[in-house]
Design a binder for this molecule. Structure first.
Ligand code: SAM
Length: 227
């Protein structure tokens, strides 16, 4: 995703909206990547997320954060040169969010989306099994410790972490089948009516190729003006 910023190397200001940005992992990565240093100051990042994230929790000091729903972004029409979203837009009410993205993107703007791949459901199923085993082990360990003891607190913290990861995995297993696009053709068929004059390219980044998760990388180009 970061590679897409390079075309703005020579541009003046580039207004970027990161939809469902969380705390701003991507913005932090861009801040720390020397390749972007020459033009980083011209990239204006607006991050949006529905979660209750306060300014102290933001990871980049160069992001302007907005708490809002992605399907109701509080911005004027054609405000952004680039709209990006990493593993988030397909968790939002679909019709509304894509209508809004089409409204707030400039005619010559670009949209880059990483969408969840259905193989995440299989990965989450396997992960959940391992997490359950891990949880049992930790709960057994805890039985031999007394409350207040530093080991007890450490193990309790770890248990909380595992329980959160289990919730995340359960969410994917339950909701993934209705939320995630199953294949490239369905993504294209779904998105084309929202972005009729733009070229849509879809790349499948499969499980195992990069990192742990597979995803769909969607690149929606500028409006193509007919002659
Ligand atoms: C899997 S996280 C991805 C976070 C970030 N993009 C990243 O790459 O680390 C999904 C994010 O989408 C946000 N989200 C889910 N539904 C949303 C909605 N309707 N509007 C705005 N943000 C939403 C969640 O709060 C969460 O931060």
């Amino acid at each position: 995703m970061a590679d897409h910023f390079q075309r703005h190397e020579t541009a003046n200001l580039c207004y970027v909206l990161d939809l469902g940005a969380g705390r701003g992992i991507l913005e932090e990565a861009i801040d720390n990547d020397k390749r972007f240093a020459p033009y980083r100051s011209r990239l204006i990042f607006i991050t949006l997320d529905v979660a209750d994230i306060n300014n102290q929790q933001l990871l980049s000091s160069n992001q302007q954060h907005v708490i809002a729903e992605g399907e109701k972004p509080p911005f004027v029409d054609k405000a952004f040169d680039l709209v990006i979203s990493n593993m988030a837009i397909d968790l939002m009410p679909r019709d509304d969010v894509f209508q809004q993205v089409n409204r707030i993107i400039k005619l010559d703007g670009r949209i880059i989306l990483n969408l969840h791949h259905p193989n995440l459901i299989e990965i989450a199923t396997q992960k959940l099994k391992l997490l359950r085993q891990e949880l049992k082990k930790l709960q057994r360990k805890l039985d031999y410790k007394s409350p207040g003891n530093s080991d007890y607190n450490q193990i309790s913290e770890k248990i909380k972490e595992i329980q959160q990861q289990m919730k995340d995995a359960e969410f994917i297993i339950q909701n993934g089948p209705k939320m995630f696009f199953p294949n490239r053709e369905e993504i294209l068929a779904y998105l084309s009516p929202f972005f009729p004059q733009r070229e849509i390219k879809i790349k499948e980044v499969p499980y195992g190729e990069i990192g742990e998760n597979g995803w769909w990388e969607v690149d929606i180009g500028p409006v193509i003006l007919s002659a």
